[in-house]
Design a binder for this molecule. Structure first.
Ligand code: CTP
Ligand code: CA
Length: 229
């Protein structure tokens, strides 16, 4: 009876969350990165855990600490993140909150690059990283029943995020407007639009933790009636 009283709506469910930036090496001591703190993904993982889910948390080198009570998988690069995600499946739902680097350095050096005295700077070449969200969204058997992506846009948020949802093949996109005038980027609040097959739903601006709790509730509602993976 105690267990039944305390069990959350995601009890018995496995949910995968990606979070943070990725680091793409230039040489053994240097890398390309982005400014993601990992705050929104961390809050989502914590909110899913609080509803009773077993959470696998695949995170790049974030600045905020990972939540307690999750199965933590630390990675550096986009390719490592994809491998960790594939190893963590199957899952009932997957939330891709990571700010994955779109490109890696194709001509990364095995040893520290040295100035050669010529005054010439090295030329970096780039290769496109695998799209983790699109890869999982387009899996046949083994695809999570609910796949949620994010989209950070600076203009035409609903249009761009709706197109992104179709392009990636995910079920939902959580879109946010990161144009400078919103002051959202790097802050503690978020104003998101949830894009689903039912269209665009504008959520009011709120703390990232509140966005996470609302999203976790929606995920729990969506999984009602779906067989357990
Ligand atoms: N994503 C991913 N793997 C990548 C790039 C992005 O899984 N290599 C995921 C992100 O975690 C996010 C979603 O895809 O959930 C959208 O990321 P975003 O950078 O907005 O989309 P891109 O397709 O990379 O398009 P853009 O050119 O706008 O950056
Ligand atoms: Ca991108």
């Amino acid at each position: 009876i105690e267990a039944a009283l305390t069990a959350g709506p995601l009890q018995g469910r496995h949910v995968l969350v990606t979070s943070g930036p990725t680091h793409e090496p230039i040489d053994p001591v240097r890398y390309i990165a982005n400014r993601s703190s990992g705050a929104q993904g961390t809050a989502i993982a914590a909110a899913l855990r609080d509803l009773g889910a077993r959470v696998t948390f695949v995170t790049g080198p974030a600045t905020v600490p990972p939540p307690a009570g999750v199965d933590l998988r630390r990675v550096e690069t986009a390719r490592e993140m994809l491998a960790a995600v594939e190893a963590a499946l199957p899952a009932d739902a997957a939330v891709f909150a990571a700010a994955v680097a779109d490109w890696r350095v194709a001509n990364a050096a095995g040893q520290k690059m040295k100035k050669d005295g010529s005054g010439q700077a090295p030329a970096l070449e780039f290769a496109e990283n695998p799209d983790i969200l699109a890869t999982v969204s387009r899996m046949g058997p083994g695809r999570p029943g609910l796949v949620v992506g994010f989209a950070a846009e600076t203009e035409k948020v609903v249009d761009h995020a709706t197109a992104k949802r179709a392009r990636k093949g995910c079920d939902w996109i959580v879109a946010n407007d990161v144009s400078p005038e919103t002051g959202i980027m790097g802050g503690s609040e978020n104003a998101v639009v949830l894009i689903s097959e039912r269209g665009a739903e504008h959520w009011p601006r709120m703390a990232k933790e509140a966005v996470a709790q609302r999203l976790a509730r929606r995920i729990a509602d969506q999984l009602i009636g779906q067989p357990v993976t």
